[in-house]
Write a new protein. Structure first.
Length: 208
């Protein structure tokens, strides 16, 4: 896999297109009801439940694809697919992430509650829906990359890899933190966290 983010880019774009449709449908429903407060609460809660379900399914599919495409590793058995789902929830989505600074699951709830508050209190309802969509899309894009990184690291560990090499995109966008890390070798359990959102650095296995 030359660019480990090709799959996550596709997954993120598909999820965000679906999110646009879901937000627009929710906005229309609230508009028809005259933005009644109870309708807003009920509709937005249902919206975020659907968005979260969309993401979790896509993130699991993404994790499996990335894991199987990572060298060294290979195909997963059916029972391993189920274990991957448990791993995804407990190790990626339900744990604080050093890049985002929050837990994905809790942030879904926070974004939902913030959207309800903003749409209910705001005078420009369409703009509040659009703002909530932007926040959601940004989180979805970031977590598609996080799932990719974590699935690759898991594949390496499961294959017995002990050391990994940090690789940057080697272009003008590489930040001052990541630049000096390019080519550095780390023990697989001591890899430093990514320093910022949208980091496209990746790890490759050091084969002994």
């Amino acid at each position: 896999m030359n660019n480990p983010y090709e799959i996550s880019d596709r997954a993120g774009k598909l999820l965000n297109r679906k999110a646009v449709r879901r937000f627009e449908a929710a906005r229309r429903k609230c508009t028809i009801a005259g933005f009644d407060e109870l309708t807003i609460i009920k509709t937005v809660k249902a919206l975020y439940k659907e968005l979260d379900a969309d993401n979790r399914k896509a993130f699991l599919d993404l994790a499996v694809m990335v894991y199987e495409d990572t060298d060294p590793h290979g195909e997963l058995e059916d029972e391993e697919d189920e274990l991957m789902g448990l791993w995804l929830m407990s190790e990626v989505l339900d744990k604080p992430n050093p890049v985002t600074g929050y837990t994905y699951t809790h942030e879904v709830e926070r974004k939902r509650d913030r959207a309800i508050e903003s749409i209910t209190a705001g005078t420009r309802k369409r703009q509040e829906f659009q703002k909530a969509l932007r926040y959601w899309s940004r989180q979805t894009t970031q977590y598609a990359d996080i799932v990719t990184d974590e699935a690759r690291l898991k594949a390496f560990k499961d294959a017995g890899v002990k050391k990994v090499r940090w690789r940057t995109e080697d272009d003008e966008k590489v930040c001052e933190v990541c630049g000096p890390r390019d080519g550095k070798v780390y023990d697989i359990d001591k890899v430093p966290p990514k320093p910022h959102w949208g980091c496209r650095c990746y790890l490759e296995a050091v084969k002994e």
